[in-house]
Design a protein around this ligand. Sequence first.
Ligand SMILES: CC(C)(COP(=O)(O)OP(=O)(O)OC[C@H]1O[C@@H](n2cnc3c(N)ncnc32)[C@H](O)[C@@H]1OP(=O)(O)O)[C@@H](O)C(=O)NCCC(=O)NCCS
Length: 185
Amino acid sequence: MGTIPLEKEFKGIAAVRSVINRLLHSLARNLPMYPAWRASIHRMRGIRIGRDVFIGSDVFIDNTYPERIVIEDFVTVISRTFIIGHSFTPVHLKKILEKNEIRQTGVLLKKGCYIGGQSVIMPGVVIGECAIIGAGSVVTRDIPDYSIAAGNPAKVIKTFSKEDVIFDVFDSRKTPNEGRSTIEV
Ligand SMILES: CC(C)(COP(=O)(O)OP(=O)(O)OC[C@H]1O[C@@H](n2cnc3c(N)ncnc32)[C@H](O)[C@@H]1OP(=O)(O)O)[C@@H](O)C(=O)NCCC(=O)NCCS
């Protein structure tokens, strides 16, 4: 049985940091807590997260390169979603997948978007402002602002107008995400 070599960047202090980040990730995923606390823990891991972000339980967000993930204000990510910001390729498949590795990096969830439960967001994807992703979708391409996309691969099934979004709640103190007073698991 072979061993998986640690990349150079994960030796020494970086390796310790990486283990701490994984522990924080595990806490955020598995402990029952307020969704806002989860957002704070993911911030400690290096993910750039805006205000009033709801993150459900067991949401996996890139373990290796958390800094490549950006989650803007008022985003909702429902449980068991899987967000990955890089591709890992075994050495023997590098020639085949090299181009993907370079092209597909980072994920941007734009303001107010909603990711339905158990979705997969692939590297390089931008989810548009207030866009809605159906439960169980696999998102492989960018999704435009103000649209609903679903399926595997996710396709736009509906669009709506900016006027349909209740932006007022973003300005008030009690936003939909802050309004959750119970511990969500
Ligand atoms: C995507 C979603 C928002 C669509 O709602 P909607 O606008 O009312 O859409 P409709 O129910 O009219 O469905 C439109 C079409 O999309 C399909 N569709 C809906 N949701 C889908 C999904 N998650 N995956 C694949 N297809 C889906 C429907 O089957 C329908 O197809 P058809 O026109 O061929 O019959 C909703 O289905 C959804 O998935 N919400 C997220 C639920 C969730 O994660 N909740 C967590 C609560 S904690």
